[in-house]
Design a protein around this ligand. Structure first.
Ligand code: FAD
Length: 452
């Protein structure tokens, strides 16, 4: 940008992958932005924690073949992505069944031959389907029961949906499920091939660290431990972000925080917009990370359908990224829960004890003596609940407040929340924010005001 007017003040709220990408893109376009992150660490849901001499993500993060924006960003930042063939299996009442390829499904004993053929045909159908809007009014549950029958739903899908949405599983829309199946299918070269997943060494931190370096190198900044507590608006336009009771003047602000967090900092003028944002429900996640001395299975992802376990999945991350520190084999046991529930609020020790007891009962190669260490992580806004017709509720990138733009994983719908999608949204938000900043700059002060 050129001219004698002061540069626009650009703020980004939230230092997750989306916030850092917004700032990076704005800096690249000549609009230096400052990121304000409430937590002491960057990364948000994709934050990494120290384990021995290295870092791992607090939640499991894999890369799919179709994660174009993430792969492009890693290429641009010089962050290497490693790929590995992975396996999925199904643990049903004490027996572990392979569940990766069409051949595995063809041999999946808990279903009869007709049901297996229907399941394989359904996977192929999802791989080819594009017109997801035709499914908009349906729940995933009804769609699956219609196409595959009640038995297949109970054996296979009920626990898969529970693994992600807990007690809300019956409310989830069919397009969400379709996209999830489609996205994972993009990690196969063809329908009969095995799957391949990617990861970055040291977790998502390798990407966020590179982003921070680029942002600072281009005149922007990143500040942690700095919650934004409010937004100031003047005549429908953003004026400032409030930090520690002081006003940081801003011409453009991009919020990348979960919608309920944004709603809590909107000014009174935002009235019905705030209500719209609060109309979307979120669920929380509690995730137990185990540092193990030996593998549980050969699979990356184990779906669990067993009444003895309070969880529906085990993610053996060490079977994807085996470069973990000190030879520790990392596994995650996630539970999606209502943050007001007793289980969400249980102590780390209680959750760990419950998890270990269930793992011992599940007939895996698990011994509690093989646990080197464990950590428990929680997030209140882990996942939006997307019922039928959800697309009508999704907010746009532009808000009713001029100069305030937002990114949120709901905008990916029917795509599940994922880092690549958030990078794509972040680039789109940065583009409109840069345009606004440029208008502000050209007019010398605020859009709509005469230049001096
Ligand atoms: C259990 C789990 C597993 C996942 N697995 C995968 C996977 O395998 N692959 C994949 O690609 N994705 C995965 N994801 C999704 C991925 O982590 C998210 O989509 C992505 O990290 C979201 O990034 P974000 O920047 O949009 O939001 P967030 O990460 O939520 O970042 C928002 C940031 O805003 C900050 N903030 C909030 N309020 C304020 C405030 N008032 N002021 C300043 N800062 C504030 C928060 O502290 C946070 O750092 C997973 C997520 C979870 C929970």
């Amino acid at each position: 940008m050129s001219g004698g007017y002061p540069r626009p003040r650009a703020c980004v709220i939230g230092g997750g992958i989306a916030g850092l990408t917004v700032a990076y893109e704005m800096c690249k376009a000549g609009v230096p932005a400052t990121v304000y992150e409430a937590a002491s660490d960057l990364g948000g849901l994709a934050a990494s924690v120290r384990l021995g001499e290295s870092y791992v993500d607090k939640y499991y993060h894999f890369i799919c073949g179709g994660d174009r924006d993430l792969l492009e960003l890693c290429g641009e930042l010089g962050v290497p992505v490693f790929w590995k063939p992975t396996r999925t299996s199904y643990l049903l009442d004490g027996t572990l069944y392979p569940f990766t390829t069409a051949w595995d499904i063809a041999r999946f004993k808990p279903l009869g031959p007709v049901q297996r053929a229907q399941l394989a045909a359904f996977a192929l159908h999802c791989r080819r389907l594009r017109d997801w809007r035709s499914l908009e009014q349906r729940t995933a549950r009804d769609w699956l029961i219609d196409r595959l029958g009640r038995h297949t739903y109970d054996v296979v899908w009920d626990s898969l949906l529970s693994a992600k949405f807990g007690e809300w599983r019956d409310r989830i829309s069919a397009p969400w499920l379709w996209h999830r199946i489609w996205r994972v299918s993009q990690s196969r070269r063809h329908a009969l091939a095995g799957e391949r997943m990617g990861y970055t060494e040291g977790g998502t931190r390798s990407i966020t660290t590179a982003l921070v370096r680029e942002i600072r190198g281009r005149g922007g900044d990143v500040v942690t431990g700095c919650p934004v507590t409010g937004l100031a608006v003047d005549a429908d336009s953003i004026r400032a972000v409030l930090i520690d009771a002081s006003h940081v003047e801003a011409d453009v602000v991009v919020s990348t925080v979960p919608l309920p967090c944004l709603a809590s900092i909107l000014p009174d003028e935002a009235g019905s917009y705030r209500d719209e944002l609060l109309g979307i429900d979120f669920i929380g996640v509690v995730c137990i990370m185990l540092g193990l001395r030996r593998r549980l299975t050969d699979s990356f992802w184990v779906n669990v359908n067993d009444g003895r376990a309070p969880f529906n999945g085990i993610i053996e991350y060490g079977n994807l990224d085996d470069t973990s520190p000190l030879g520790t084999h990392v596994a995650y046991v996630p539970m999606y829960l209502d943050p007001s529930s007793d289980r969400y609020r249980a102590t780390d020790e209680e959750l760990y004890a419950e998890c270990v007891e269930a793992l011992e009962a599940l007939n895996l190669r698990f011994r509690r003596e093989a646990i080197d260490e464990y950590r428990v992580f929680r997030d209140v806004h882990a996942q939006a609940i997307c019922p039928p017709n959800f697309s009508g509720k999704v907010p746009g990138i532009s808000s009713p407040i001029k100069g305030l733009y937002i990114t949120d994983s709901t905008q990916l719908y029917p795509e599940d929340r994922n880092r690549s999608g958030m990078i794509r949204l972040a680039k789109a938000a940065a583009r409109v924010a840069v345009r606004r900043a440029s208008e502000t700059h050209q007019r010398g002060s605020r859009p709509g005001e005469a230049a001096p």
